[in-house]
Design a protein around this ligand. Structure first.
Ligand code: CNA
Length: 243
C-alpha cells in the first residue's frame, strides 16, 4: 500500500461521520464510460455535443432522437458494482459512512448494498409517463427505435435530471445537510465541473477533512487534505478493507 492510500486509511479510521460524494469515475470499472476522461464519452461525441443530446430541450423537440441516443450511450443494464461501490457499502455497514451523494444515474451504489444514496441527477431505473404518471422499470424500455409511450399515449421520460433541468430540491437539501455534518468528505470519480452538484463539496465544515480520489486533476485539488490520483476502486478497496 502506498503512502497516500495508507493516509486515507488513517483518515477513515479517525472519522465517525463519513460522506462520499462521487461521479461517473466510480462506475468506469463496471464498464460504464464517464464523460470527461481520456476514453470518456465526450471524446467520442460526433456532431451535437452530449450536453445538447442530453438536454431537456432536445428531449422535448425530438423525443425519438433523444431516446435513440440515450439507449445507445447511457444504458448499461448488465453493469455490476465494482470494488468502489462495495467498499462504500461496507463502510455504511460499519456505521461510518452516513450518506453517498452521487451524480451517477446507474443505481450501482444501491446494487452494492448502500442504503442512504442521494441521487442528485436521478436514476435510469425510474421512468414515468408524462401524461398519467405510470411507472416503468428500465427493462421495459431498453428496446426500440422510437421514444417509448405509455398505454395512454403519453411520452415516457426517465427520472434523470437532463441538462437545463433543476435538481430535485429535497435531494439537494439532504445532500447539503449530510455534507455539513460529516467529519470526513471522500470525493471521487468526478471532474467536479458540473454545477450545481460540484459546488456541494464546499458545504463541509471548516473542521471536516476532505480526501479527493480522482485520476485526473480537478479544480478543487488545492482545497483537499489528501489527493490520490489512482483508480478509485483499488484505492477504496485497500483503504477500507484494512481500516
Ligand atoms: P466526468 O466529468 O466524466 O468525470 C469523471 C472523472 O472520473 C474524471 O475526472 C476521471 O479522471 C475520473 N475517473 C474515471 N475513472 C476513474 C477511476 N477508475 N478511478 C478514479 N477516477 C476515475 O463525470 P462527473 O460525474 O464528474 O460528471 C457529472 C455527470 C456525468 C453527471 O451528470 C452524471 O450523470 C454523468 N454520467 C454518469 C454516468 C453514470 O451514471 N455511471 C456515466 C457517465 C456520465
Amino acid at each position: 500500500m502506498n503512502a497516500e492510500v495508507s493516509k486515507l486509511q488513517q483518515m477513515i479510521r479517525n472519522a465517525e461521520n463519513i460522506v462520499f460524494f462521487g461521479g461517473a469515475g466510480v462506475s468506469t470499472r463496471s464498464g460504464i464510460p464517464d464523460f470527461r476522461s481520456a476514453h470518456g464519452l465526450y471524446r467520442q461525441a460526433q456532431g451535437k455535443s452530449y450536453e445538447e443530446m442530453l438536454s431537456i430541450g432536445y428531449f422535448e423537440n425530438d423525443p425519438d432522437g433523444f431516446w435513440r441516443f440515450y439507449r445507445d450511450v447511457m444504458l448499461y443494464p448488465d453493469a455490476q458494482p465494482n470494488g468502489a461501490h462495495l467498499a462504500l457499502a461496507a463502510l455504511e455497514k460499519q456505521g461510518k459512512c452516513k450518506a453517498v451523494v452521487t451524480q451517477n444515474i446507474d443505481g450501482l451504489h444501491q446494487a452494492a448494498g448502500s442504503k442512504n444514496v442521494l441521487e442528485l441527477h436521478g436514476s435510469v431505473h425510474r421512468n414515468h409517463c408524462m401524461r398519467c404518471g405510470t411507472f416503468f422499470p428500465l427493462d421495459a424500455l431498453l428496446k426500440g427505435e422510437k421514444a417509448p409511450r405509455c398505454q395512454c399515449g403519453g411520452l415516457i421520460k426517465p427520472d434523470v435530471v437532463l441538462y437545463g433541468e433543476c435538481l430535485e430540491e429535497e435531494v439537494l437539501e439532504k445532500a447539503v445537510k449530510a455534507i455539513q455534518q460529516c467529519d470526513l468528505l471522500i470525493v471521487g470519480g468526478t471532474s467536479l465541473v458540473v454545477h450545481p452538484a460540484a459546488g456541494l463539496i464546499s458545504y463541509r465544515s471548516a473542521s471536516a477533512k476532505m480526501a479527493l480520489l480522482n485520476r485526473d486533476e480537478t479544480p478543487y485539488d488545492d482545497t483537499a487534505d489528501l489527493v490520490v490520483r489512482e483508480d478509485i476502486a483499488s484505492t477504496l478497496e485497500q483503504a477500507v478493507q484494512q481500516a
